[in-house]
Design a protein around this ligand. Sequence first.
Ligand SMILES: NC(=O)c1ccc[n+]([C@@H]2O[C@H](COP(=O)([O-])OP(=O)(O)OC[C@H]3O[C@@H](n4cnc5c(N)ncnc54)[C@H](OP(=O)(O)O)[C@@H]3O)[C@@H](O)[C@H]2O)c1
Length: 207
Amino acid sequence: MGLQLREPGSGKDALPDPVTSGVLWQWEPAQHWCCRLRSLCKWQGQRTFIYSLLTRGTPYPASFLLRGIVFCIGNGLLQSYYLIYCAEYLQEWYTDVRFSLGIFLFILGMGINIHSDYALRQLRKPGEVIYKIPQGGLFTYVSGANFLGEITEWIGYALATWSVPGFAFAFFTLCFLGSRAVHHHRFYLKMFKDYPKSRKALVPFIF
Ligand SMILES: NC(=O)c1ccc[n+]([C@@H]2O[C@H](COP(=O)([O-])OP(=O)(O)OC[C@H]3O[C@@H](n4cnc5c(N)ncnc54)[C@H](OP(=O)(O)O)[C@@H]3O)[C@@H](O)[C@H]2O)c1
């Protein structure tokens, strides 16, 4: 088999079964899968290797870490398995408005999340453990700007993949991080008398 490019979505049946045929290494299917997994991998790489090294957070129980690892492995396997073995996209999908909007939201959310995490990091000097009022970017409008970015990102991923696992993850992220944003907002209101009154918890001007 040569190194020809196959049109994405030209039919999963046309691809050799990577397990039974032993052609996992070959270019065509590998390229096909890489396209699908690229966004997921880039993001998980950022969270694992960059965010964790830059954080100035306080120590937290190892059980939280273990739960996070189990969740990320389980979810990563589920999303990857679906994209590699179950999903089938026609060529037209790559010009579909859901795909384009999904990719746009994914990149926008990623930008908001990275910038907001950066803004939070800048609040503390090395060794400091106090809480301060976050400023700048979407923190001007909401207390949970980093969470809003992450939620936007996974809604984009769900739209772009148009998949049950994608929507399930987006829904989980909305519930989990939405409640964290509300918790942070209440904490700020209680802790800082001068906290901006117009700032909402998660959705600018609304909630
Ligand atoms: N997709 C998912 O399911 C998922 C789940 C969890 C987290 N995440 C992402 O992981 C990232 C971190 O999550 P997180 O729950 O740790 O976020 P977080 O509670 O906002 O904390 C982020 C970092 O900023 C510090 N910080 C927060 N507010 C601060 C303030 N007012 N003043 C000074 N420092 C402050 C925290 O320190 P302390 O540790 O000392 O509080 C921590 O180091 C976020 O981008 C989130 O979107 C994603």
